[in-house]
Write a protein that binds this ligand. Structure first.
Ligand SMILES: Cc1ncc(COP(=O)(O)O)c(C=O)c1O
Length: 402
């Protein structure tokens, strides 16, 4: 059976195998702790649920405008003014089925075959395949010095074929942010070279230590009608609404319309019920989002405390999000092998760094409860220690080294 060259060019999910092993261990009654997740586990805000319920009550759930309903676009206009300091027009906005689809549509709207799209490693797992799906060539800038990207490395990666740069800060998988100066310089660099800059801001409100979201608009000289900045965001992470699937892009009207044409022929537009839920979240009280941020910050502190005593692991403390990306290469440079060992020995799921373009590291999520996090890390501590007992009891469960 032949499949297309395009389908063949897409990598299978590096984490699928681990998730399947985890699911089968769980089905056998094993005490699996999942530190591999990528979504908040708190409840979506009441205002989102009410928004969805109200439209459901009408019993009339029809097709809507391809690029999103007017109340959602207006709510995004206000949100952008509040968090980015710029009042954009509804004509600059397109809502989609999650920020993931917004990124994909943006790439499809701007990338020609062979165009290069630059982003930094460790990167969000979907970028390389999204660029390939759009016909482009992913150009990955490796970290040189710590996990934060360096502007010189981005500059060095640009060629006449470069069409766009993607920046994801706060980062999945590292939880790190770049500085205001970095954003300012990157905006200037892209504007001076006529490049698109895709700002994947999906985690921008989940920052710690009093940090505020950084707005790329603050450093851009371009008018909104010609800007090559594309802002990507959504309700999934900030409002614990991953299952609703609502994200958006803010772009110049030409790009926005091109994205809408593609969306019109692929999904016809985002789910109407979810759009009303998103309006509820954006317009409603913001305390659920604030509480989520505070809880994640507490979990970050637990993480830092626990990592001090994990032998062979080097953690760069995250500035934001529910991820961290510790270096376990002193324990085993092969992250897939180590992740499998950790899962089999102590039933903890972590995601190997290869999924994010950097072996030797692992993505560990702090989405769950503090108790789960502490127990998961205690199990990992024992599993990666060369010394100590061959068997151990942690929180009433017995584990033995393989
Ligand atoms: C960096 C990044 N961008 C975009 C997304 C997509 O978010 P969604 O499609 O749920 O809105 C994710 C989700 O994991 C992400 O980590």
């Amino acid at each position: 059976m032949k499949i297309s060259q395009l389908a063949q060019s897409i990598e299978p999910s590096a984490t699928l195998h681990l998730n399947q092993t985890a699911a089968s261990l769980k089905a056998q009654g094993e005490p699996v702790i999942h530190l591999g997740g990528g979504e908040p586990l708190s409840k979506s805000p009441d205002s989102a649920i009410t928004g969805a319920e109200q439209i459901l009550q009408t019993g009339e759930i029809r097709y809507g405008p391809v690029d999103g309903i007017a109340p959602l676009k207006e709510a995004i206009v206000d949100y952008t003014e509040q968090f980015y300091g710029r009042r954009v027009l509804p004509d600059h906005i397109i809502a989609s089925a999650g920020a993931k689809q917004s990124v994909m549509l943006a790439l499809q709207a701007i990338v020609n075959p062979g165009d290069e799209v630059v982003f930094c490693s460790p990167y969000w797992v979907s970028y390389p395949d999204m660029v390939r799906l759009a016909g482009g060539v992913p150009v990955i800038v490796g970290p040189q010095d710590g996990l934060r990207p360096r502007l010189d490395d981005v500059r060095d990666a640009l060629t006449p074929k470069t069409k766009a740069v993607i920046l994801n800060s706060p980062s999945n998988p590292s939880g790190l942010i770049v500085s205001r100066e970095f954003v300012a310089e990157l905006v200037k660099l892209c504007e001076s070279r006529g490049l698109y800059l895709l700002m994947d801001d999906i985690y921008h409100r989940l920052q710690f230590d009093g940090r505020e979201p950084i707005s790329a608009y603050a450093f851009s000289n371009a008018a909104q009608d010609d800007t090559q900045l594309i802002i990507l965001n959504g309700v999934s992470k900030t409002y614990a609404m991953t299952g609703f699937r609502i994200g958006w892009a803010i772009a110049n009207p030409t790009v926005r319309k091109a994205m809408a044409r593609i969306q019109g022929h692929t999904t016809s537009g985002p789910c109407m019920v979810s759009q009303h839920a998103a309006v509820g979240a954006l317009r409603g009280p913001q305390d659920a989002a604030d509480q989520l941020r505070s809880q994640l910050e507490r979990n970050r502190d637990v993480l830092v405390e626990e990592f001090r005593t994990i032998p062979g692991a080097a953690l760069t403390p995250p500035d934001a999000t529910f991820y961290c990306f510790p270096d376990f290469s002193a324990v085993d440079p092969d992250s897939m092998k180590l992740a499998e060992m950790i899962l089999k020995t102590v039933k903890v799921v972590v995601v190997p760094g290869t999924a994010f373009g950097l072996d030797g590291h692992h993505r560990i999520s702090t989405c769950g409860s503090e108790a789960q996090l502490r127990e998961g890390l205690a199990r990992i501590r024992w599993a990666v220690s060369a010394d100590g007992p061959r068997e151990i009891e942690i929180a009433g469960k017995r584990f033995a080294k393989l």
